[in-house]
Design a protein around this ligand. Structure first.
Ligand code: PEP
Ligand code: MN
Length: 376
């Protein structure tokens, strides 16, 4: 990836008196003045969110769904700010949105996951922002492509936007995962490694897609040193006109914040700190690799049980061929060497087979005796 520089100001220098961790909360969509006031009052009385978010123009995957209340919602937002003092954030996807949002005094703009991957749209927004110092958050593109994410940030930076941060909201992925959008933490980690001064926020709502999973994702982001969170909060999630499954009622949101452990940011500056920071990122990735391998072996064991129950051979060469071909295709995309990937996959395969056999190759019974995950 060509190296680039992003001259960005830290969130604490955005002139908005923002605290770290920055907490942004509010409904997916602005639906009515009443709805916004209700959320704003609840957020104000909780006191931990400094910014209220609400989508005024909603990019929907399919037509015919609620596409946002449009410009009228900007005056509802202004009323909520007047009453509560909360700062405002909304999504912009066109120069017209930028113009209307700036005119309405919206404090922070964000570019959504369906806009970031389109260089024409991002450039048009960047051009509309030239000469403004409004902060802009750039959500990752919906597809796992780091270059598109960085490209969007670069377009804004080239237009003179210095109050920039990135928002990790997960990636659409073809395989079923427990999440609506796979977190693929390696992407924000790689972004941070390439641009250590760029601050990252996490949107656990769009990653989780489901209220129950938001806490776990949010905690992971905080553990990885993210600078803050953007969480969807709705006065009555069940009746929300968009993203109903993932919005939290204000009381649940407060409970979530009570439970999260907010950590001190790692110090930055100087060569050694930079090295430490990069080592930290490596350690986090290694931990994820180990966790994923552990999960893979657990599943392999369950497949082993199943094969035994149905009297099927443990080793199935055609299946392994398919896995290897697929991994090599992925590896080519990711710039990983073929020999390395073959050797790594062969080692994983050997361990899977060992775990699928009743007894390990060393004669040691396999499986983790204390694991409650078996049979779960
Ligand atoms: C949103 O924040 O409501 C939204 C549409 O998010 P994303 O662009 O991440 O899908
Ligand atoms: Mn949403």
């Amino acid at each position: 990836m060509p190296a680039s520089r992003l001259d960005t100001l830290p969130i604490s220098h955005w002139g908005l008196d923002l605290r770290r961790p920055l907490v942004i909360a509010g409904p997916c969509s602005a639906e009515s003045e009443e709805q916004l006031l209700t959320v704003a009052r609840a957020l104000k009385s909780d006191g931990r969110a400094q910014v209220m978010r609400a989508g005024v123009w909603k990019p929907r995957t399919r037509p015919g769904q609620f596409e946002g209340a449009g410009e009228q919602a900007l005056s509802w937002l202004q009323d909520a700010k007047r009453e509560t003092g909360l700062l405002l954030a909304t999504e912009v996807a066109t120069p017209e949105h930028v113009e209307a949002a700036l005119k309405a005094g919206i404090d922070i703009l964000w570019i959504g996951a369906r806009t970031t991957p389109n260089p024409f749209s991002v450039q048009a927004i960047a051009d509309a922002l030239r000469g403004n110092d409004v902060p802009v958050l750039v959500k990752n593109p919906i597809n796992p492509d780091l270059h598109l994410w960085i490209g969007a940030l670069e377009r804004l930076a080239s237009a003179g936007v210095t109050r920039l941060a990135a928002v990790h909201r997960g990636f659409s992925w073809f395989e079923r995962t427990p999440y609506r959008n796979s977190p693929m933490w390696e992407f924000p980690i790689r972004l941070k490694a390439a641009h250590p001064d760029l601050e990252l926020l996490c949107d656990p709502s769009h990653i989780a897609g489901n209220a129950d999973r938001i806490g776990g994702v949010a905690q992971q982001a905080l553990d990885l040193g993210f600078s803050g969170l953007m969480v969807e909060v709705h006065p009555d999630p069940a009746s929300a006109r968009s993203d109903a499954d993932q919005q939290l009622a204000p009381a649940t949101f407060s409970e979530l914040l009570d439970e999260l452990i907010f950590r001190q940011p790692a110090p930055t500056a100087g060569m050694n700190d930079r090295l430490e920071e990069l080592r930290d990122l490596i350690d986090q990735l290694d931990e994820e690799i180990a966790q994923k391998l552990g999960a893979r072996m657990d599943i392999a064991e369950r497949i082993g049980d199943h094969k035994r129950a149905h009297n099927v051979a443990i080793l199935q060469p055609e299946r392994w061929d398919r896995i290897m071909r697929r991994q090599l295709r992925l590896a080519a995309h990711l710039g990983l060497g073929e020999t390395f990937v073959r050797e790594m996959m062969d080692a994983i395969h050997r361990e899977s087979i060992r775990r699928q056999s009743l007894e390990g190759v060393d004669g040691v019974p396999v499986g983790n005796p204390s694991a409650s995950s078996k049979g779960a």
